[in-house]
Ligand binder design. Structure first.
Ligand code: NAI
Length: 388
């Protein structure tokens, strides 16, 4: 149980690029990073508009001189200070992630980067190599992975409770883009412009979330090949607002991912169902405190977050006892705590064993980019099978 006692003996000096006033995702970054006193926000280049960014930073309580007009100035100026930043989060539109993440790693900073980490596997390989060379953490905010029942599912799969994994059924299919919302909403506008969003909308924006959940829950499964169909139902869109991907794994298991912004009436619509030879699990992000466990021939069981019957590792990050709902902010906070612990371990010269201590890292960022790239390759070639 997490109760506020300090987890690190040092607070990491932290900054943000993007996530300014009016941004969709900035506040959850700050709220999650700051909750456990592992990070301290000391600087920022919060906005594409320097003046608005400065006002915003001051409004957050920062020193005016540490509210910078852009990330390049921030990295340069902070490097001169004895109390300069040690880590940075990047919460800007997709098209800027690669250059900002690269500059941060070159400045020897630990990074938390929004998904997608970049646009191509070529770029992702550069970031992966840099993070390894400079021994810096890159955490990716696949935030749903911080829900404790995802850890429970991972433990159940590892312990054989489901038997051999055969099918994974995934979707992240919400509905608010079923009409041309981009004509009135700036965050929707850049998401549908390939210059800012990259080669995909629906798959890169939402499909990679359940994909990462499947990687976290079933780390042994490796994709062998995939095929994809993508389309935009709303006229004149350059990127897909809907896509269906089918995957085959090396061990013979199969999966599908429905990535969509067209699912009328669905508020969020992220689900993952894992079907084994003995039992199935299902998790839905709109009911994150419940995991459905269905054993062949027995009544359905609903496992509740915090329940005494869960695996111990699925209860370590509880912040309140069973029966009180936790939510997305807690899941993100759990991830930020893991990011901080990873940074601390590295800075104190310890190795990180991926098996025992996991978080969406640079490899997860790479895999997300690779998956989108392969899906686009398939979809744009008449949905042919593409080797992974
Ligand atoms: P947004 O358009 O609402 O906000 C973007 C913010 O970045 C604004 O404050 C803008 O002024 C600032 N900005 C833009 N360019 C900048 C630059 N060069 N330097 C400094 N600041 C800059 O975008 P939103 O929806 O917050 O998305 C940001 C990122 O977060 C995207 O990559 C998106 O994919 C990701 N995202 C991730 C989610 C998750 O669950 N992990 C959920 C929503 C968004």
């Amino acid at each position: 149980m997490i109760n506020g006692e300090l987890k690190l003996n040092h607070t990491i000096r932290w900054a943000m690029v993007g996530g300014g006033r009016g941004s969709q995702i900035g506040y959850i970054h700050r709220s999650s990073a700051l909750r456990d006193n592992t990070f301290q926000l000391v600087a920022g280049a919060f906005d594409i508009d320097p003046l608005r960014g400065k006002e915003f930073g001051v409004g957050l309580g920062l020193d005016e001189e540490r509210c910078y007009p852009d990330y390049k100035t921030m990295f340069k100026e902070e490097a001169k200070r004895s109390d300069g930043i040690e880590a940075v989060s990047i919460a800007t539109p997709n098209g800027t992630h690669f250059e900002i993440c690269k500059a941060a790693l070159e400045a020897k900073l630990h990074v938390v980067c929004e998904k997608p980490m970049c646009f191509s596997t070529k770029e992702a390989a550069v970031l992966k190599e840099l993070s390894e060379k400079n021994n810096r953490v890159v955490g990716i905010t696949y935030g749903y992975a911080g829900h404790q029942l995802i850890q429970q599912a991972r433990s159940m799969v590892a312990n054989g409770d489901l038997g051999e994994i055969r099918v994974i059924n995934m979707q992240f299919a919400f509905g608010s883009y079923a009409f041309p919302i981009e004509q009135e909403n700036p965050a929707a506008k850049w998401r549908l412009d390939p210059n800012f969003a990259g080669p995909s909308f629906a798959m890169g924006d939402v499909g990679t979330h359940p994909l990462f959940l499947s990687e976290a829950i079933c780390p042994e499964l490796k994709i062998k090949r995939l095929m994809c169909s993508r389309q935009s139902f709303v006229k004149d869109r350059q990127l897909e607002d809907n896509a269906i991907t089918i995957m085959e794994y090396e061990n013979g298991a199969v999966a599908n991912v429905w990535s969509s912004a067209m699912n009328c009436g669905s508020v969020h619509g992220q689900k993952i169902r894992i079907i084994g030879s003995k039992a199935s699990l299902e998790w839905w992000d709109e009911r994150p405190n419940q995991l459905t466990y269905e054993v062949e021939g027995k009544p359905v069981q609903i496992l509740e977050r915090g329940g005494g019957y869960l695996y111990e590792e699925a209860r370590e990050e509880d912040r309140i006892s069973c029966g009180h709902p936790e939510g997305l902010f807690e899941a993100w906070t759990n991830l930020y705590l893991r990011f901080a612990m990873a940074m601390d371990r590295i800075d104190s010269g310890k190795n990180i064993e991926r098996k025992d201590f996991w978080y969406p890292d640079v490899e997860a960022g790479y895999q997300g980019v690779k998956w989108v790239e392969k899906c686009v390759e398939s979809a744009d070639n008449d949905s042919k099978w593409v080797e992974y």
